[in-house]
Design a protein around this ligand. Structure first.
Ligand code: PGA
Length: 247
Protein backbone atom coordinates (compact mmCIF):
# COMPACT_ATOMS: atom_id res chain seq x y z
CA UNK A 1 0.00 0.00 0.00
CA UNK A 2 1.52 3.32 -0.98
CA UNK A 3 1.86 6.15 1.50
CA UNK A 4 -0.54 9.08 1.05
CA UNK A 5 0.62 11.57 -1.59
CA UNK A 6 0.67 14.98 0.09
CA UNK A 7 -1.77 17.58 -1.20
CA UNK A 8 -1.85 21.30 -0.53
CA UNK A 9 -5.11 22.82 -1.73
CA UNK A 10 -6.03 26.50 -1.74
CA UNK A 11 -9.67 27.35 -1.09
CA UNK A 12 -10.30 30.82 -2.46
CA UNK A 13 -13.89 30.82 -1.16
CA UNK A 14 -15.88 33.78 -2.57
CA UNK A 15 -12.75 35.68 -3.57
CA UNK A 16 -11.25 36.18 -6.98
CA UNK A 17 -11.89 37.74 -10.37
CA UNK A 18 -9.99 37.30 -13.61
CA UNK A 19 -7.11 39.46 -12.39
CA UNK A 20 -6.60 37.11 -9.44
CA UNK A 21 -5.42 34.38 -11.80
CA UNK A 22 -2.05 36.15 -11.77
CA UNK A 23 -1.61 34.82 -8.22
CA UNK A 24 -2.42 31.28 -9.39
CA UNK A 25 0.11 31.60 -12.19
CA UNK A 26 2.73 32.99 -9.81
CA UNK A 27 2.13 29.99 -7.55
CA UNK A 28 2.62 27.66 -10.52
CA UNK A 29 5.79 29.49 -11.57
CA UNK A 30 7.28 29.22 -8.09
CA UNK A 31 6.71 25.50 -7.57
CA UNK A 32 10.02 24.27 -8.96
CA UNK A 33 10.60 20.55 -8.63
CA UNK A 34 8.14 19.91 -5.82
CA UNK A 35 6.53 16.47 -5.74
CA UNK A 36 3.69 17.76 -3.56
CA UNK A 37 0.33 17.90 -5.34
CA UNK A 38 -0.92 21.48 -5.39
CA UNK A 39 -4.46 22.59 -6.17
CA UNK A 40 -6.30 25.87 -6.31
CA UNK A 41 -10.07 25.94 -5.84
CA UNK A 42 -11.31 29.27 -7.18
CA UNK A 43 -14.97 30.34 -7.25
CA UNK A 44 -16.99 28.51 -9.93
CA UNK A 45 -16.97 31.57 -12.19
CA UNK A 46 -13.22 31.13 -12.60
CA UNK A 47 -13.00 27.35 -12.95
CA UNK A 48 -12.61 27.23 -16.70
CA UNK A 49 -10.32 30.24 -16.92
CA UNK A 50 -8.13 28.90 -14.10
CA UNK A 51 -7.98 25.48 -15.75
CA UNK A 52 -6.99 27.04 -19.08
CA UNK A 53 -4.37 29.30 -17.50
CA UNK A 54 -2.87 26.46 -15.43
CA UNK A 55 -3.12 23.77 -18.11
CA UNK A 56 0.61 23.34 -18.65
CA UNK A 57 1.56 23.73 -15.00
CA UNK A 58 1.58 21.38 -12.00
CA UNK A 59 -1.29 23.23 -10.31
CA UNK A 60 -4.59 21.35 -10.34
CA UNK A 61 -7.92 23.14 -10.30
CA UNK A 62 -10.77 22.23 -7.98
CA UNK A 63 -14.32 23.30 -7.23
CA UNK A 64 -15.56 24.39 -3.81
CA UNK A 65 -18.87 22.50 -3.80
CA UNK A 66 -21.21 20.72 -6.18
CA UNK A 67 -24.81 19.66 -6.28
CA UNK A 68 -25.57 15.96 -5.71
CA UNK A 69 -27.95 15.83 -8.68
CA UNK A 70 -26.52 15.71 -12.19
CA UNK A 71 -28.82 18.37 -13.72
CA UNK A 72 -32.20 19.99 -13.31
CA UNK A 73 -34.11 22.92 -11.84
CA UNK A 74 -31.61 23.96 -9.16
CA UNK A 75 -31.16 27.68 -9.72
CA UNK A 76 -27.68 28.90 -8.89
CA UNK A 77 -26.13 25.48 -8.35
CA UNK A 78 -23.34 23.70 -10.18
CA UNK A 79 -23.09 19.95 -10.84
CA UNK A 80 -19.97 17.83 -10.53
CA UNK A 81 -20.04 17.15 -14.26
CA UNK A 82 -20.11 20.92 -14.93
CA UNK A 83 -17.00 21.40 -12.80
CA UNK A 84 -15.25 18.54 -14.58
CA UNK A 85 -16.33 19.96 -17.94
CA UNK A 86 -14.85 23.34 -16.93
CA UNK A 87 -11.50 21.69 -16.22
CA UNK A 88 -11.62 20.88 -12.50
CA UNK A 89 -10.12 17.62 -11.29
CA UNK A 90 -10.99 17.92 -7.60
CA UNK A 91 -13.82 19.30 -5.49
CA UNK A 92 -14.08 20.39 -1.85
CA UNK A 93 -17.22 18.96 -0.22
CA UNK A 94 -18.82 19.40 3.19
CA UNK A 95 -16.88 22.53 4.10
CA UNK A 96 -18.09 23.81 7.47
CA UNK A 97 -19.24 27.05 5.81
CA UNK A 98 -21.60 24.86 3.73
CA UNK A 99 -22.57 22.60 6.62
CA UNK A 100 -23.36 25.59 8.87
CA UNK A 101 -24.62 28.09 6.30
CA UNK A 102 -26.66 25.73 4.10
CA UNK A 103 -27.60 22.99 6.54
CA UNK A 104 -25.57 20.34 4.74
CA UNK A 105 -25.82 17.01 6.55
CA UNK A 106 -23.40 14.09 6.45
CA UNK A 107 -25.87 12.26 4.19
CA UNK A 108 -25.94 15.14 1.72
CA UNK A 109 -22.15 15.39 1.74
CA UNK A 110 -21.99 11.64 1.03
CA UNK A 111 -24.41 12.07 -1.89
CA UNK A 112 -22.31 14.94 -3.26
CA UNK A 113 -19.18 12.82 -2.86
CA UNK A 114 -20.80 10.03 -4.90
CA UNK A 115 -21.75 12.58 -7.57
CA UNK A 116 -18.17 13.85 -7.66
CA UNK A 117 -16.81 10.33 -8.16
CA UNK A 118 -19.29 9.68 -10.97
CA UNK A 119 -18.07 12.84 -12.70
CA UNK A 120 -14.44 11.79 -12.29
CA UNK A 121 -13.61 14.41 -9.68
CA UNK A 122 -11.40 13.68 -6.68
CA UNK A 123 -13.29 14.67 -3.52
CA UNK A 124 -11.75 16.55 -0.59
CA UNK A 125 -14.27 15.87 2.17
CA UNK A 126 -14.18 18.28 5.11
CA UNK A 127 -14.97 17.48 8.73
CA UNK A 128 -14.43 19.38 11.96
CA UNK A 129 -15.87 20.18 15.37
CA UNK A 130 -17.14 23.50 16.71
CA UNK A 131 -15.58 25.14 19.73
CA UNK A 132 -18.53 24.10 21.93
CA UNK A 133 -18.12 20.51 20.82
CA UNK A 134 -14.40 20.61 21.59
CA UNK A 135 -14.99 22.19 25.00
CA UNK A 136 -17.52 19.46 25.74
CA UNK A 137 -14.83 16.84 25.03
CA UNK A 138 -16.65 15.63 21.93
CA UNK A 139 -14.18 16.54 19.16
CA UNK A 140 -13.17 12.96 18.33
CA UNK A 141 -16.73 11.67 18.48
CA UNK A 142 -18.02 14.44 16.19
CA UNK A 143 -15.21 14.20 13.67
CA UNK A 144 -15.18 10.41 13.38
CA UNK A 145 -18.98 10.46 13.12
CA UNK A 146 -18.74 12.95 10.25
CA UNK A 147 -16.14 10.75 8.54
CA UNK A 148 -18.41 7.69 8.83
CA UNK A 149 -21.46 9.59 7.60
CA UNK A 150 -19.91 11.68 4.83
CA UNK A 151 -17.82 9.08 3.00
CA UNK A 152 -19.79 6.67 0.79
CA UNK A 153 -18.66 3.05 0.46
CA UNK A 154 -17.77 3.47 -3.20
CA UNK A 155 -14.77 5.60 -2.24
CA UNK A 156 -12.88 2.37 -1.49
CA UNK A 157 -9.87 2.27 -3.80
CA UNK A 158 -10.62 5.72 -5.28
CA UNK A 159 -8.49 8.86 -4.93
CA UNK A 160 -9.87 11.16 -2.23
CA UNK A 161 -8.74 13.07 0.81
CA UNK A 162 -10.27 14.11 4.10
CA UNK A 163 -9.67 17.62 5.46
CA UNK A 164 -9.82 18.06 9.22
CA UNK A 165 -10.85 21.67 9.75
CA UNK A 166 -11.82 22.61 13.30
CA UNK A 167 -14.60 25.16 12.75
CA UNK A 168 -13.15 27.47 15.42
CA UNK A 169 -9.78 27.59 13.64
CA UNK A 170 -11.13 28.71 10.24
CA UNK A 171 -10.33 32.32 9.45
CA UNK A 172 -9.72 33.09 13.12
CA UNK A 173 -5.95 32.88 13.37
CA UNK A 174 -6.42 30.23 16.09
CA UNK A 175 -4.98 26.75 15.58
CA UNK A 176 -5.11 23.60 17.71
CA UNK A 177 -1.89 22.41 19.33
CA UNK A 178 0.16 19.90 17.37
CA UNK A 179 -0.90 17.22 19.87
CA UNK A 180 -4.57 18.07 19.29
CA UNK A 181 -4.13 17.91 15.51
CA UNK A 182 -2.33 14.57 15.76
CA UNK A 183 -4.97 13.11 18.06
CA UNK A 184 -7.73 13.89 15.56
CA UNK A 185 -5.74 12.85 12.48
CA UNK A 186 -4.83 9.50 14.06
CA UNK A 187 -8.51 8.95 14.91
CA UNK A 188 -9.52 9.81 11.32
CA UNK A 189 -6.95 7.34 9.96
CA UNK A 190 -8.24 4.60 12.26
CA UNK A 191 -11.80 5.31 11.09
CA UNK A 192 -10.76 5.21 7.43
CA UNK A 193 -9.05 1.85 7.95
CA UNK A 194 -12.10 0.57 9.81
CA UNK A 195 -14.31 1.66 6.89
CA UNK A 196 -12.14 0.82 3.89
CA UNK A 197 -9.54 -1.69 5.13
CA UNK A 198 -6.16 -1.26 3.44
CA UNK A 199 -7.68 1.34 1.10
CA UNK A 200 -8.14 3.54 4.17
CA UNK A 201 -4.36 3.87 4.51
CA UNK A 202 -3.81 5.80 1.27
CA UNK A 203 -6.00 8.93 1.37
CA UNK A 204 -4.17 12.03 2.55
CA UNK A 205 -5.64 13.60 5.67
CA UNK A 206 -5.27 17.36 5.30
CA UNK A 207 -5.34 19.91 8.09
CA UNK A 208 -7.18 23.19 7.52
CA UNK A 209 -7.82 26.27 9.61
CA UNK A 210 -5.53 29.32 9.80
CA UNK A 211 -2.59 27.61 8.10
CA UNK A 212 -0.02 30.29 7.29
CA UNK A 213 3.68 30.47 6.48
CA UNK A 214 4.63 30.83 10.15
CA UNK A 215 2.86 27.69 11.39
CA UNK A 216 2.89 25.51 8.26
CA UNK A 217 6.07 23.51 8.95
CA UNK A 218 4.99 22.43 12.42
CA UNK A 219 1.48 21.50 11.31
CA UNK A 220 2.56 19.73 8.12
CA UNK A 221 5.08 17.57 9.94
CA UNK A 222 2.61 16.37 12.57
CA UNK A 223 1.70 12.66 12.56
CA UNK A 224 -0.85 11.67 9.89
CA UNK A 225 -0.98 15.19 8.42
CA UNK A 226 -0.74 14.70 4.66
CA UNK A 227 -1.12 18.25 3.51
CA UNK A 228 -3.31 21.27 4.07
CA UNK A 229 -6.47 22.99 2.96
CA UNK A 230 -5.57 26.67 3.00
CA UNK A 231 -8.06 29.52 2.88
CA UNK A 232 -6.91 33.12 3.30
CA UNK A 233 -3.21 32.38 2.86
CA UNK A 234 -3.82 30.76 -0.54
CA UNK A 235 -4.90 34.06 -2.10
CA UNK A 236 -1.35 35.40 -2.29
CA UNK A 237 1.21 33.32 -4.19
CA UNK A 238 4.02 34.33 -1.85
CA UNK A 239 2.21 32.98 1.23
CA UNK A 240 0.84 29.92 -0.53
CA UNK A 241 4.28 29.01 -1.88
CA UNK A 242 5.82 29.42 1.57
CA UNK A 243 3.26 26.92 2.91
CA UNK A 244 3.90 24.48 0.04
CA UNK A 245 7.65 24.71 0.64
CA UNK A 246 7.18 24.00 4.34
CA UNK A 247 6.03 20.45 3.61
P1 PGA B 1 -8.43 29.66 6.54
O1 PGA B 1 -9.59 28.77 5.87
O2 PGA B 1 -7.12 29.09 6.10
O3 PGA B 1 -8.68 31.06 5.99
O4 PGA B 1 -8.62 29.57 8.02
C1 PGA B 1 -9.43 27.39 5.72
C2 PGA B 1 -10.64 26.78 5.08
O5 PGA B 1 -11.77 27.21 5.38
O6 PGA B 1 -10.53 25.87 4.24
Amino acid sequence: MTAPTPLIAGNWKMNGVAASLAEALATAAGLGETTTRVAICPPATLTDRAAAALKDTKVLVGGQDCRAETSGAFTGDVSAAMLADAGASLVILGHSERRAGYGETDALVAAKTSAALTAGLEPIVCVGETLDERKAGKALQIVTGQVRGSLPAELAGKAFSVAYEPVWAIGTGLTPSTAEIEEVHVAIRATLVEMFGDHGKTPAILYGGSVKPSNAAEILHAAEVGGALVGGASLKAEDFLAIIRAL
